[in-house]
Design a protein around this ligand. Structure first.
Ligand code: PEP
Ligand code: MG
Length: 549
């Protein structure tokens, strides 16, 4: 048995085989196939899809950067159709009886090497293009379905690090646990693990090779350990713990249907955070009163191009309808920093967390924003949708948003398209927003405190930097005082204030939040019932008295 220590992101026990997830080209595995004709058909189909993608990219580039720069995509199309390339792929599938991904990867490597060895500068430069098209083909071939996990059974995913765009594309049914070598406890991958309610570790010093790949392991989210090939005793212990935790979960189920009200009558809204429509099942299972944060940017991260108004409308409508009248707070896209989409074609930034992200993108590229607002407004006719804007620092931003909102409504009116009357709120996740919260409260319907970014910006600690985890004091008095201040300013203006950052799910602070008068907590679905239990057992007046002693 080998034991590796990491930092725990979410507790619980996972038992299963390890799957070493490799990025990019190394992701491809050689797999034997019975039906080579079927593989060749898959390859042909993938090639057609890639052709179409390249055609769209060409058009887009033509409009945005001109013919000369767009030409590269025509070159890629030609390479894709090149007889030698196609023959090589099909030949490898036929003679070796292997999967198309592998045949494409080998062909791509061979051709790239061939180009790289040529004398002519221009031809040498084509090596990168061949790599590019083979990677595109592999993405299409393995795309969506398995989301990069080529395994029949659910596995413990082991990776160097995972970008939100990678985790979001993984088939969640196949993931028992995430274990990464790098990554911070505040990263979006960590948040995703919490939403999925699965044990996860980051900062784990474990080799990413055959010495662990495919081996049986146990992830213990409580101690932050992963046991590879556990001995009998450890395995039994962990199986017992897993069973106990399941029992505990069962017990909490008895709290379903109960109102979130303290012993002295203070009511709290207890909502769920989601990033994906697939999370709705766990939201309902855990009896959430609504959705307090739908991270809509995950729709963008899952797409290969800007999701259309119609695509977005269908998703928002489905969430609203599934929640059947319960409030659904959808946050407008929060792209930027660690959540990047290639097709946004953002310029490289020295300091992306403080760069062009979230509302800043929406206000500088209003066409993207308007598409989303149209979809949200239309969907609001089908349920109780509220809209929330991220990364607000100034009043003018809110006023500008309102102006854009009015323009969008006028356009919908002119087209005779119906919409509801969604509440509009802002995230309080910058120190500036906290300091102007009294004025902001007069402009909006609600506040939701994003403690992840608020902590990052207040303590000047990059939430992505694992080396700073020890300095990331989420209970820092500066943060707690800010939350109190925001709640007070909200109440003065007659609006409510909630918390949708990870701190809202911190059971050690639930009583403090009640005492501060926080009106709503939006947490990962698995945290709802444990928090409800605390709320039901708390006498806020009593707690306040004890605190003052
Ligand atoms: C936050 O910053 O607390 C938040 C909820 O938003 P995100 O984690 O998606 O940045
Ligand atoms: Mg945030």
């Amino acid at each position: 048995m080998e034991v590796y220590q990491g930092k725990s992101v979410f507790s619980g026990v996972a038992i299963g085989k390890i799957y070493v997830y490799q990025k990019g080209e190394q992701q491809v595995r050689r797999a034997k196939v019975e039906d080579t004709q079927k593989e060749k058909d898959r390859y042909r189909q993938a090639s057609e899809t890639a052709m179409k993608q390249l055609g769209e990219l060409y058009q887009k580039a033509l409009n945005e950067v001109g013919e000369e720069n767009a030409a590269v995509f025509e070159v890629h199309q030609m390479m894709l159709e090149d007889d030698d390339f196609v023959d090589s792929v099909e030949n490898i599938i036929d003679t070796q009886g292997v999967n198309a991904e592998y045949a494409v990867a080998v062909t791509g490597d061979n051709f790239a090497q061939m180009f790289a060895a040529m004398d002519d500068d221009y031809m040498r430069g084509r090596a990168a293009d061949v790599k590019d098209i083979s990677e595109r083909l592999i993405t299409v071939l393995s795309g969506g379905a398995a989301g990069g996990i080529q395994s029949e059974e659910p596995v413990i995913v082991l990776a160097d690090d995972l970008a939100p765009s990678e985790t979001v594309q993984m088939d969640k049914e196949k993931v028992l646990s995430f274990v990464t070598v790098h990554g911070s406890v505040n990263s979006h991958t960590a948040i995703l693990a919490r939403t999925m309610g699965i044990p996860a570790l980051v900062g784990t010093e474990i080799p990413l090779d055959d010495s662990v790949d495919g081996k049986m392991a146990v992830v213990d989210g409580a101690s932050g350990c992963i046991y590879v090939e556990p001995d009998e005793e450890t395995l039994t212990q962990m199986q017992e713990r897993k069973a106990r935790e399941a029992e505990q979960k069962e017990l909490l189920q008895s709290l379903k249907g109960r109102e979130n009200v303290t012993l002295d009558g203070q009511k709290v809204m207890l909502y769920a955070n989601i990033g994906n429509i697939k999370d709705l099942a766990t939201v309902l299972q855990n009896d959430a009163g609504g959705i307090g944060l739908f991270r809509s940017e995950f729709i963008y991260l899952e797409s290969e191009d800007f999701p259309t108004e119609e695509e977005q409308f269908q998703i928002y409508k489905q969430v609203a309808e599934t929640m059947a009248g319960k409030r659904v707070i959808i946050r407008t896209l929060d792209i930027g920093a660690d959540k990047t989409c290639d097709y946004f074609e953002m310029e490289e930034e020295e300091n992306p967390a403080m760069g062009c992200r979230a509302i800043r993108i929406c206000l500088t590229r209003p066409e993207i924003f308007k598409t989303q607002l149209r979809a949200l407004l239309r969907a609001s006719a089908f349920g109780n949708i509220a809209i929330m804007y991220p990364m607000i620092t100034s009043l003018w931003e809110v006023r500008k948003i309102k102006e854009i909102m009015e323009e969008v409504k006028a356009e919908l009116d002119a087209q005779g398209i119906g919409y509801g009357d969604p509440l509009q709120g802002v995230m309080i996740e910058t120190p500036a927003a906290v300091m102007i919260s009294e004025a902001l409260a007069k402009e909006v319907d609600f506040f939701s405190i994003g403690t992840n970014d608020l902590t990052q910006y207040t303590l000047a600690i990059d939430r992505q930097n694992p080396k700073l985890d020890d300095f990331y004091d989420s209970h820092h008095p500066a943060i707690l005082d800010m939350i109190r201040m925001v709640a007070e300013n909200a109440h003065k203006a007659g609006i409510w204030a909630g918390i949708c950052g990870e701190l809202g799910a911190d059971l050690e602070l639930t009583r403090d939040f009640l005492e501060m008068g926080v009106d709503e907590l939006s947490v990962s679905p698995g945290r709802i019932l444990p928090i409800r239990k605390i709320i039901l057992e708390t006498d806020v007046a009593e707690y306040r008295k004890n605190q003052q002693k």
